[in-house]
Design a protein around this ligand. Structure first.
Ligand code: IMP
Ligand code: MG
Length: 193
């Protein structure tokens, strides 16, 4: 698989350079907000990892790094909203400012429910930072306090976001080109069987 291969199969929507420079801007705003009291930066695995690292390395405020792994029941393309914590934080967030960092807000259910679950631990504040905000009908009202980009309502892949757990490593965000899905499905099946 090569860079050319990715470009043959995915239409570039947001190139790497665009994502990086926008993320830098966000990091500056976030740094100002937390400059005096610091923040616990909570990455929601696995989709967050590339955006998270890009963001964190540009933040100039006192920052603690931590991660959660949550699963939401439902099928591959839509979540039911029941969130289960598979890997919890190592950090005690009571009295702390928390920033949840995720790849994309779609229905809004995952972040809404996760925020409710974390509120019980009495943090000083909880805010949300998302790489992408999908212009899709939300199932529940939740807005990102910080977001890098809005995207139309279609399935996007790369820069951490997966198609069937593959292609998270693409350094751009793209959408599957017409007529390529069968080929990718075959590739995934031959790789995982
Ligand atoms: P929701 O906001 O609860 O619907 O779920 C958001 C989660 O669904 C994200 O963190 C992603 O893991 C996944 N997701 C939603 N839309 C996409 C997409 O277009 N590509 C890849 N993953 C997506
Ligand atoms: Mg996710």
């Amino acid at each position: 698989m090569s860079k050319e291969w990715f470009n043959e199969n995915f239409e570039v929507m947001l190139p790497r350079e665009t994502i990086e420079s926008r993320t830098k801007e966000l990091a500056e705003q976030i740094s100002e907000e937390y400059s005096s009291e610091g923040v616990v930066a909570v990455g929601i695995l696995r989709g967050c990892f590339m955006f998270y690292s890009e963001l964190i390395k540009n933040m100039k405020c006192p920052t603690q790094v931590d991660f959660m792994y949550v699963s939401s029941y439902g099928n591959a393309m839509s979540s039911s909203g029941v969130v289960k914590i598979e890997k919890d934080l190592q950090t005690n967030i009571a009295g702390r400012h928390v920033l949840l960092i995720d790849d994309i807000i779609d229905s809004g259910l995952t972040l809404h429910n996760l925020r409710e679950m974390l509120m019980v631990r009495k943090p000083k504040s909880i805010k949300i930072c998302a790489l992408l905000d999908k212009k899709a009908p939300r199932k529940i009202a939740v807005e990102a306090d910080y977001k890098a980009f809005e995207v139309d309502n279609h399935f996007v892949v790369g820069f951490g976001l997966d198609y069937r757990q593959f292609f998270r490593n693409m350094d751009f965000i793209g959408k599957l080109k017409d007529g390529r899905q069968d080929e990718l499905d075959k590739l995934i099946e031959s790789t995982t069987s």
